[in-house]
Every structure is written in structure tokens, then in C-alpha cells.
Design a protein around this ligand. Sequence first.
Ligand SMILES: [Zn+2]
Length: 211
Amino acid sequence: MEEHVKQEQVFDLTGGLLCLDFANTLDDRTETHPQELLMSFEDLVSWSQQAQVVTGQEAQQLLEKAAQYPAKATRVLKLAVEVREAIFRIFKAVAEDESPEEGDLVTLSAMVAEAQKHAQLVPGADGFRWEWACKPEDLDCMLWPVVRSATDFLTSDDLDTVRVCASDSCNWLFIDTSKNHSRRWCNMKSCGNREKARRFYTRKKSSAGVS
Ligand SMILES: [Zn+2]
């Protein structure tokens, strides 16, 4: 039997915080042509499932509802990107010891207020946790825990551990949990090695008298 299944993209979830992994769904941010990883509502659902924000069953239900209401799914995707960019700008500002734009804080506050309408506090294995009452018609339900993770972290004592990747073209965000707070790259495999290769090449060029 021939397979016609679209290859699902695998998202990098190494930011250390749900909202930062969400912010990192735009590649090559500083380049002329950044690479959008959330091209469709399906991509958004796929990210949500990989980030364990929704279960496989919920993902399936979301896709079925989106097929029924494509205009609504398109609106949710647009909203998701707007919220993502607000989260990105807020955390980048924090990482660089700058004040976030008031408008972005207003956007995030409004979104978390909406999210809380669907939140139920429940006992967990270790204390309590928020449970999100996600009905299939709530196509934006994956955004609720994302915005909540952003505001929880912004109001926590760990805020000084937010970093922007040191690679010029990347700008991905992550939490630096290394012992001596020295992590510089979102991902050593991609950005760390690419940057090392670039420096090596620049050194070689300058030592050969070419600039
Ligand atoms: Zn990076």
C-alpha cells in the first residue's frame, strides 16, 4: 500500500519552558526571510501535541473541528502568531535587561484572563495544578497553558535565567539552568557548532591575510 502521509515536522523543544518553546517556532528570526514553522493550523496542533499541551485524541478532535470551521482555524492561527510574537518580545526584552512594551504586556494579560476562564485548580501528585477544560470547539485551547506558563514565569524569582541564543541569526529563547549560568546557545548541536565553525573560518581568513 502506498503511503501518502505528510511528513510531520519535528519541533525543537529545548527552551526549558513551554512559552519559550512556543516563541521558538520561528526560525532564523534576524534573517531577511525568517522561517515560519507554524504555517497552518495543523502545524499549530502538531506543535501542541509534541509539547504535550494536548493529547493525541484532543489533537484529532481539533483537526476535525478545524476542517468544519476553516475560517475559525485561520483566525486562531493568526492569534497564535500574535501571542507568540508578544511573548517573544517580552522575554527578549527581559533577557536583555530592557522594559517590555506595554502593549505586549496588555496582549498577554488579556490572553491569560481569557485562558483562566477555562482553568480548574485540581490536586496533583505534588501540590496543585491547573487543568484546562478544552472542548473541541475551543480551537485556541492550546494557547491557554502557553500564556499561563509565560505569566507564571514572569512573576517568578527565576526570571534572570532567561537568555537569547548568542548566534546572530537565531534569537531563540531558553532558560539557562547550567550550574555556572554559562549556557550561550539554544542548542549546541545547531547554533553552537555553526558559530564555532564561523569563528574558525574567520580566524583562518584573517591569518591568511584575507579580510
Ligand atoms: Zn540558537
